[in-house]
Design a protein around this ligand. Structure first.
Ligand SMILES: C[S@@+](CC[C@H](N)C(=O)[O-])C[C@H]1O[C@@H](n2cnc3c(N)ncnc32)[C@H](O)[C@@H]1O
Length: 214
């Protein structure tokens, strides 16, 4: 296998194939050359390979939990690509990854995992970032309790019919939980298929205090 994603990837994801270039175009201005990035919930690994091919000198750390971890390891095993790290096991429920990253990226995981895990996700991400580090979240969101489109409402119903704990989250809830870990929403970008790219920046305690007017 070469450096390109193969449609023979286990758990090949058409959505990832369709959205990867749109996301890459945003990551190009969000990430500095040489950025070290952790990806939560890498799935098949398609995004990891595409972004490493597209982003200058990026160092990309894919991660996932079962049942995706095995396929992710197998899919990336034969790919030799500078900047693409060997996948690590990461379940947001036990966020035991250590190290320092310039950014954490996570696509289409927030509506799959239980909402109870959002605080663990924010705490884990914040621990890995220095001040100024970015948390970049791709996926669909509700605003003030309302779906942005009928198709997102139908998608939410479908998600819940498979797993009652899944579902499209309110951006206000995500923003609140992020803020408790000094992760401030700095961008909310429209993306294809009624998705958003949310970008949070880790602020220093001092920034946070002055923002509150003290
Ligand atoms: C719809 S797939 C998205 C995969 C990939 N990010 C993409 O966009 O193609 C959802 C992913 O969320 C991951 N996931 C769900 N719950 C998780 C958790 N508690 N911790 C880490 N990853 C989780 C799954 O393992 C799966 O890889």
């Amino acid at each position: 296998m070469g450096n390109e994603v193969s449609a023979n990837f286990e758990l090949f994801n058409n959505a990832a194939e369709n959205n990867q270039q749109f996301i890459a175009d945003e990551l190009k201005w969000l990430l500095v050359p040489g950025a070290r990035v952790l990806e939560i919930g890498s799935g098949s690994g398609q995004h990891a390979v595409h972004f490493v091919n597209q982003l200058e000198e990026v160092n990309w750390q894919p991660a996932d939990k079962e049942p995706y971890f095995g396929p992710l390891e197998r899919n990336l095993k034969g790919i030799s690509l500078a900047g693409l790290e060997k996948p690590i096991y990461l379940d947001v429920a036990r966020f035991d990854v250590t190290g320092r990253f310039d950014a954490v990226f996570c696509a289409n995981v927030m509506h799959i995992m239980s909402a109870d895990l959002i605080p663990s996700m924010m705490a884990g991400v914040a621990n890995l970032l220095d001040d100024g580090g970015l948390f970049i979240l791709y996926g669909p969101y509700k605003y003030k309790g309302a779906f942005t489109t009928e198709s997102n409402a139908e998608f939410d119903e479908w998600l819940k019919s498979r797993d009652v704990l899944s579902g499209i989250r309110d951006i206000e809830l995500v923003q609140d939980k992020a803020r408790t870990r000094l992760l401030e929403l700095i961008e909310d970008l429209p993306m294809p298929a009624n998705n958003r790219l949310l970008v949070f920046r880790k602020s220093s305690k001092n920034d946070h205090v002055s923002d509150s007017g003290f």
